[in-house]
Design a protein around this ligand. Structure first.
Ligand code: IPE
Ligand code: IPE
Ligand code: MG
Length: 248
């Protein structure tokens, strides 16, 4: 059992996940891809519970990328209705567990009924404090960075900002993720070892964890295993190991 091995004093504050492998999970079972997505939603519910149990404060999940709009229309539609039914099913649970739902991405591109349903949940859970779930929807990091650059350029042009003031912190404050700390740990499932346009700026110093498990099979135990792996690492942020030991 990995849960018992977790050091509760060193739990990552923010875990981000690229939930990949739903389609392959379904194919292996001779099922339509959408069954993989449905089982993926169940896995997300499990992982949310696991994250709450150990005191993770922020859980970001890549649910739908900008590039995913290019999938066959039937799959996009199925994913959108799954999003609506998941929100309908989970909102009360979020409220009961004091979990806030936030969103990053170009959510104006979502179909109106999906957008409205999502907004309702964002508003209803806005006061919740125990953990924040950040759903990346219609999200791509290059899009987010370009939006930030455009907004910064406009603010400089309108004399609201001087170019000399642009630093790491200011740039971060123009991103969708401005209210959240950077992820400590990024998990990607399904054996793919790429970032796929996710949080490029924010994961500059995150620990990366790749597993061959397809997302629908990534449940509490697999999540706790990833946390244990994370806790074995030394985050040096450019310093030496010796320096870190004298700082404590
Ligand atoms: C991840 O699973 C879910 C989304 C991208 C929406 P995939 O649908 O990418 O599954 P694979 O990679 O085809 O197995
Ligand atoms: C990345 O998965 C996006 C999500 C998990 C939502 P994909 O399966 O779309 O990624 P690529 O295109 O194979 O890299
Ligand atoms: Mg995939």
């Amino acid at each position: 059992m990995f849960k018992e091995q977790i050091d509760k004093t060193r739990v990552p504050q923010h875990v981000a996940i690229i939930m990949d492998g739903n389609g392959r999970w379904a194919k292996e079972r001779g099922l339509d891809r959408i069954f993989g997505h449905k089982e993926g939603a169940a896995a997300f519910s499990d992982v949310t519970e696991a994250a709450v149990e150990i005191g993770v404060k922020y859980l970001t999940a890549y649910a739908f990328s900008t590039e995913n709009w290019n999938r066959p229309q039937a799959e996009v539609e199925a994913l959108m209705s799954l999003l609506v039914s998941t929100i309908e099913k989970e909102t009360e649970k979020l409220l009961k567990n004091d979990i806030r739902l936030c969103c990053i991405g170009d959510i104006k591109r979502l179909p109106k009924p999906v957008f409205d349903k999502l907004n309702g949940c964002l508003e209803r859970t806005a006061h919740c404090k125990r953990m924040t779930i950040i759903l990346a929807l219609s999200y791509s990091s290059k899009w987010e960075i370009l939006e930030a650059v455009k907004n910064i350029a406009n603010d400089v042009k309108d004399n609201k900002l001087s170019a000399e003031k642009i630093d790491d912190e200011l740039f971060s404050s123009y991103l969708n993720t401005k209210n959240f700390p950077d992820p400590d740990l990024l998990i990607r499932t399904s054996g793919e070892t790429r970032i796929s346009n996710f949080l490029l700026w924010q994961i500059a110093y995150s620990e990366l964890y790749f597993t061959n498990t397809n997302w629908p099979d990534f449940r509490k135990e697999q999540f706790f295993e990833a946390i244990c792996d994370y806790q074995k690492r030394e985050r040096r942020f450019g310093k030496t190991s010796e320096q870190l030991k004298t700082e404590i």
